[in-house]
Write a protein that binds this ligand. Structure first.
Ligand SMILES: [Zn+2]
Length: 54
C-alpha cells in the first residue's frame, strides 16, 4: 500500500476521482482519465463475455 495514490490511467499524483467499481485500486486525476479507464474496463468485460459465450 503506497501512501500516495496515483491516477490509474496517466500515473499523475493526487487523483480525485475514485472508481465505483474498484475504490481501492482505481483512482483517476480527472474525468478524462476516468472515462478512459472505464472504456478499457468495458472493452475487457466484453472480451471476457465473448470468450465465455464461444
Ligand atoms: Zn490521469
Amino acid at each position: 500500500m503506497r501512501a500516495e495514490p496515483r491516477c490509474a490511467q496517466c500515473d499523475s499524483e493526487d487523483p480525485k476521482v475514485i472508481s465505483l467499481r474498484n475504490p481501492a485500486g482505481e483512482r483517476y486525476c480527472g474525468r478524462l482519465c476516468f472515462y478512459k479507464g472505464q472504456e478499457e474496463f468495458v472493452r475487457w468485460l466484453r472480451r471476457a463475455n465473448a470468450e465465455v459465450a464461444s
